[in-house]
Ligand binder design. Structure first.
Ligand code: PGA
Ligand code: ZN
Length: 416
């Protein structure tokens, strides 16, 4: 086998919300060797790379991806044919060069990431390696601590809850399968608690329950009830929040629990919660451009809790460098489609690691059956993954892939 790319193909497929996305195939030596699907966000950050959509209102409500598919087949393919498939950084540089824009608006981050990931898969299969091992090389894999979003609000639900994600973090366990079991049992316990209170309805976009609640803090109370009624202690299962606060921020004000407050007041609420609940991590506690709010909170609480920048950093090294400079957060959320290629994602993670920042690998609210991020989390030794509730196959597929990988990788160390 020569390991040379002989073709790249793409097609429209559907994501977990019934919205079109792109699937890309990489051919090596004439044989289909790698395939990947691209996810899509709902609470997308303003600084994310552009997801190219057709904007033809007569089809797919404007969300078609024919342009992105054509970019792969008609532009990207001819530039990659003849390349060794395991030259990932070279492949990604070519994609960046052909695109030629700072925000990926020419090719589309969806066309670029589909290609980048399908080449990554093809490289692994050409070398006869499982994906996590191909990514990790000699460093070996590390099983991530799961953050499971079992109560959905914000832009992922039709409820009155402002906070987008209430996650259980089973961290006091010796192995990944034990941690996963604890998280899953807590999910079922939450279902019983909500049912008992007459609050059980459907689930949100990431498979977590999506009740209306009297206040955001009641979400935390339910999480603690669920952990304890599942038979666990809050020393072994903690809570992580993704507030996704950009969604309720405008003109220097946060609309939280039906009140208009500023970033200091919001930070004081988090501060009280840190004292009263087993809170381990707060993501996007402040809005994507509220650098002052981030830095102020970090200076008071940064030693007590993990603070994760998602919309703030958008997986891009320039934004992360700005955050390091201003001491805005101590961890970064990693979403490959926020930047567009595998290589740039790895560069951003390296910058984070150099500054002792934690990395959390993440799904998007619009997902597919693609499980690349499970292998990516293990191979990069990120230490944490958030990929929704143990409900709906688009979420469960990642946990199931981690269970498979755990047969080969036993190292599991909690960051908390
Ligand atoms: P998104 O949500 O995929 O809708 O952006 C996930 C997140 O905010 O972490
Ligand atoms: Zn987020």
């Amino acid at each position: 086998m020569d390991g040379i790319i002989t073709g790249v193909d793409a097609r429209l497929v559907l994501d977990s919300r019934g919205v079109p996305t792109i699937e890309t195939d990489c051919y090596v030596d004439g044989i289909l060797a790698g395939r990947a699907m691209v996810p899509s966000g709902a609470s997308t950050g303003a600084h994310e790379a552009i997801e190219l959509r057709d904007n033809d209102e007569n089809m797919w409500l404007g969300k078609g991806v024919e342009k992105a598919v054509n970019n792969v087949v008609e532009i990207i393919q001819e530039n990659l044919v003849g390349m060794p498939v395991d030259e990932q950084s070279e492949i990604d540089s070519i994609l960046i060069e052909i695109d030629g824009t700072p925000n990926r608006s020419h090719l589309g981050a969806n066309a670029m990431l589909g290609t980048s990931l399908s080449c990554l898969h093809a490289g692994a299969s050409t070398h006869g390696l499982p994906l996590w091992k191909y990514i990790g090389g000699l460093a070996g894999g590390l099983m991530p601590t799961p953050m499971m979003n079992i109560l959905n609000g914000g832009a992922h639900a039709e409820s009155n809850v402002d906070i987008q994600e209430f996650m259980v973090v089973p961290h006091g366990f010796d192995t990944f399968p034990e941690a996963l079991r604890a998280g899953v049992e807590t999910y079922h316990a939450l279902k019983s608690e909500l049912k008992h209170d007459g609050r059980l309805g459907g689930v949100g976009d990431e498979g977590g329950f999506a009740p209306n609640l009297p206040s955001n803090e009641d979400g935390l109370r339910y999480m603690v009830r669920a952990i304890e009624s599942a038979g666990y202690s809050t020393d072994e299962i903690g809570i992580a929040l993704d507030v996704a606060s950009t969604e309720f921020f405008s003109e220097d004000t946060y609309q939280f629990d039906s009140q208009a407050i500023d970033s200091e007041e919001l930070g004081e609420i988090y501060g009280r919660w840190i004292d009263e609940y087993p809170l381990l991590s707060i993501e996007d506690g402040f809005a994507e451009d509220d650098w002052r709010g981030w830095s102020h909170f970090e200076s008071i609480n940064g030693k007590k809790i993990q603070t994760v920048g998602d919309d703030l950093f958008v997986t891009q090294s320039e934004r992360l460098a700005q955050g390091i400079e201003s001491n805005a957060a101590n961890a970064i959320l990693v979403k490959l489609n926020q930047v567009g290629t595998v290589t740039e994602t790895l560069e951003t993670m390296n910058l984070a690691k150099q500054h002792a920042m934690n990395c959390v690998i993440s799904h998007r609210s619009g997902e597919t059956e693609d499980t690349t991020i499970a292998d990516f989390a293990v191979g990069t030794r990120a230490g944490q993954i958030k990929t929704g509730a143990p409900c709906r196959s688009d979420r469960v597929a990642k946990y199931n892939q981690l269970l498979r990988i755990s047969e080969e990788v036993s190292e599991f160390r909690s960051p908390f």
